[in-house]
Every structure is written in structure tokens, then in C-alpha cells.
Design a protein around this ligand. Sequence first.
Ligand code: C2E
Ligand code: MG
Ligand code: MG
Ligand code: MG
Length: 286
Amino acid sequence: HAKNCGKNNAKMYSSSLTMQIMSHVQLEVGLRKALQNQELYLLYQPQIDVSSATIVSVEALVRWRHPERGIISPTEFIPLAEETGLIVPIGEWVLRTACQQARQWQISDDRPLRIAVNLSAKQFKDENLSQIVLSALQDSGMPAELLELELTEGTLMDDARATMQTLERLRAIGVYLAIDDFGTGYSSMSYLKRFNVSALKIDRSFITGLPQDSENAAITRAIIAMAHGLKLNVVAEGVETNEQLRMLEQCGCDMVQGYYLGHPSPPENIALMLAQRPVLDGSDDN
Ligand code: C2E
Ligand code: MG
Ligand code: MG
Ligand code: MG
């Protein structure tokens, strides 16, 4: 009995594994064509300055409209793009498209607005990264200081020497550098000092459960205090409620991002949000 059962399980397992591999291969074939078939597009999510209640930065988040499977999340295809190296051309397309979009917003509004682009580890290791960044800035006419590049701790810790060189080059260009998902990796304090970035984005997992979760509250306060001690800006990711916003404001968090402030949205929605000011309401003095 048990033997039969095992056999059946093995068979079921292998057929579902075949399915997984097949869909993985199909996905990879599809991803190779996604760029030329114009199946990738960007949504944008605002980052709001707490004290002025205005949008100071907008993060580009890629989506894939698959002809059969519908919309695929970057959490599913970015790892595949990394494995296959496709992240390099895809990442370049994201950077160029985001810079051009930001330039459009910039033209129709006189306030400076940063555009934030996520970089994955493989892009960061690409020798041509600084050339690609320069070229995207030149072609779009975006000033370097309005381009924000988001890197994770994992990317920064990969190979310390090469990392420092790449960071030097990017800093020489004058872009704004932020550490994404901060607190989930393993940055040491001394590295943080040497990396000399402009901002930390506190990972959403610490913001969840605020203000009740006393451990997350302690971690959030500590990250904000440390960042300010190092003269870095702090952004809270994944802000979903007014209570979280109020607490972050009390803790002196500089910027907030999350569904409560705005979902990732198409460019025309961002243009509407930019036209409306300030974007936060219900603050004590208004
Ligand atoms: P991330 O850079 O940390 O982006 C934040 C993610 O959290 C986004 O998911 C966003 O939609 C989601 N989010 C924002 N506010 C909230 C909230 O209040 N609650 C919750 N539950 N989620 C919120 P998304 O768009 O699915 O992207 C996931 C990740 O994929 C990104 O995490 C980033 O690491 C990666 N990614 C997205 N676009 C790109 C890209 O163009 N290039 C690269 N290399 N990676 C990208
Ligand atoms: Mg990000
Ligand atoms: Mg993040
Ligand atoms: Mg993330």
C-alpha cells in the first residue's frame, strides 16, 4: 500500500515538476520577446515628503503583460531575468523609459521631482552601468540629481571592492542613491558609513503592524535615529494606514510610500496627483 502511494506521489511530483520546468522555459522564451513585443510597461508610485506633504519622488515599478497569462508581477519575472541576464536590457529599458517619463512631468510642473529606479545585483555588476545611466540622462535631459537608484543591501555586499568602484562612478555622475528594503539584509554599520548613500528605505515588513507592534516600532525608531545620525534621509515603505503615517511622522521619518499614499499607477494618474497639492490631508494644521 505504502509503496503504491509513494509511487503515485513520485509520479505526481515528477509530472508537476515537468510542468514547472516547462512553464519556466516558456516564461523565459516569452521574456526574451517581451521587450521587442512591447509587453513591458511601468507603473509609478509616489514617495511623499512628510513635512511638506508633497510628492518628492516617484518610483518606477515594472509589469509584464503576458499575451496568455495576463499581468505578471516583477517578483515572478525579475528573478528569471536575473538568472538569464535579460535583466540588463530590461533594466536599461526601464531606466530610459522612467527618465523620459520623469522629464515629461518635469516640463509640465516647475517643482523638482526625482524618479526612482530599482537596480538588481546583475545590473550593478555590469561594467557598462555608468555609461547606460549617463546615456539615459543625456537622452532624456534629466538632471543626474533627480535620478534615484535603489539598491538592496545584498547587491552592495556582494563584492565589496567592485561595489565601492561602481558606487564611486555613480556618485561622480551625481545620482541620488538609496538602499531599498533596508533592515532585511546584513549591512554592517561601517559599510553603511562608507557607502555614502543619500537615503534608506525601511523595509515594509517593519512598517507592518505599526504602531501596535512594539518590536517593529523599536526597530523603526532605531533605523530613523541611525539614518539621521549619518545624515541620511529615511523613507518608510508599505505605509497602508493613517495610524502608521501618524506614528512615522512623530518619529521624524522624512518620506513615506505605500498604498495609503498611492498605489503604483499609470503615468496619467501621477500627473493628476502632481497637480493636486498638498497630497496629504487631515494634518493638524490644515
Ligand atoms: P520594491 O522596490 O521594494 O518595491 C516595493 C513593492 O512593494 C512594489 O511591489 C510595490 O507595489 C509594493 N508596495 C508598495 N506599497 C505597498 C503597500 O502599502 N503594501 C504592500 N503590501 N505592498 C506595497 P512590486 O511592484 O510587485 O515590485 C516588487 C519588487 O520587484 C520591487 O520591490 C523590486 O525589488 C522589484 N522590481 C520592480 N520593478 C523593478 C525594476 O524595474 N527593476 C528591478 N531590477 N526590480 C524591480
Ligand atoms: Mg524599490
Ligand atoms: Mg523595497
Ligand atoms: Mg522589495
